[in-house]
Write a protein that binds this ligand. Structure first.
Ligand code: SF4
Length: 300
């Protein structure tokens, strides 16, 4: 039986960068505080914890002084930088450059929209760390609409609307939301006015959206798919669904202990892949365990 690890799965450059910054500081100082989980993957968090990384939350930050804190790839709202400044905390900023650019675009749009009494809408998951950072750029005024499109009735369609997306969202759902908002805007303006009343910027990161077509092919090529990801990972859920749509024998696991012997009966190939927050070492560990399970079965 062939076991294929998807070479394109694994950390995106934003997460890779945050982890290498953390490792650099850990090597130098032996310990480092990180605001929130550095990556949505418990196994990688455990590895970094063993190196000295200590995860804190915003309440902890309020109570800390004269120390050093890492900001992960998701980014943070301006209030976090303000707390750090007040408490004389050195920020080690490992925010992903793509997220920082989006924060600055949203901030600029927010200032422009103030002049036209417009509304800023962000397609994303309410409460997700990246969303908190993005909404913070608008003084917490932006509307957040999730994939169930709930809350859309709060938007006043007589006023201009500008739409952005969280970087890890699904392209197809973003397209559907764009069409839905546009249809509502059109009921309150003429066709000529619609371009000035509605602007939509697909800001889904290429590191996520490019993986969809690739995983479609990967899922079709293998008899079964073992998708390795953290339960809290948004893009993990999205990418796993793509695998499942293209190969019904797709299984989501978080570590090698979740593997089930029965999945490997009468098959010729297994594809092992993962989210942008899944470390390559974990996929390799899972592949090795599959090999051991299969060998044990043959010899039994
Ligand atoms: S998915 Fe894209 S935007 Fe998000 S951390 Fe990775 S590289 Fe940055």
């Amino acid at each position: 039986m062939q076991i294929n690890i998807d070479s394109k799965s694994g950390f995106c450059f934003g997460v890779l960068n945050a982890i290498s910054v953390a490792e650099k500081y850990l090597k130098k100082y032996g310990t480092l505080f990180c605001l929130g989980d550095i990556v949505h993957n418990n196994k990688e968090i455990e590895r970094l914890r063993n190196l000295g990384l200590i995860v804190i939350d915003h309440n902890d930050l309020e109570r800390m002084f004269n120390t050093r804190v890492l900001i992960r790839a998701h980014g943070e709202p301006p209030s976090t930088y303000e707390t750090a400044r007040k408490n004389k905390i050195e920020i080690v900023d490992a925010s992903c450059p793509v997220v920082l650019k989006l924060q600055s675009r949203i901030h600029k749009s927010h200032l422009e929209m103030k002049e036209t009494d417009g509304q800023l809408v962000i397609f994303g998951k309410e409460g997700h760390a990246e969303i908190v950072g993005l909404v913070g750029q608008t003084n917490n005024k932006a509307f957040v609409i999730g994939s169930d499109f709930k809350g859309i009735e709060k938007i006043d369609f007589k006023k201009p609307v500008t739409l952005y997306s969280q970087t890890t969202q699904d392209k197809e759902s973003y397209r559907k939301l764009t069409n839905l908002l546009l249809s509502k805007i059109k009921t309150h303006c003429t066709t000529q006015q619609k371009d000035s009343k509605f602007k939509s910027f697909n800001t889904i990161c290429g590191q996520v959206s490019n993986r969809g077509p690739h995983l479609t092919e990967f899922a079709k090529k293998n008899d079964i798919i073992i998708f390795v990801g953290g339960k809290k990972s948004s893009n993990g859920k999205y990418l796993f669904n793509i695998c499942r749509q293209n190969n019904p024998s797709s299984y989501f696991i978080s570590e090698k202990g979740d593997l089930n012997n029965d999945w490997f009966k009468n098959i010729n190939s297994v594809g092992v892949c993962g989210a942008t927050s899944t470390p390559m070492w974990l996929m390799e560990e899972v592949a090795k365990e599959i090999e051991t399970l299969v060998k044990a079965k043959i010899n039994s």
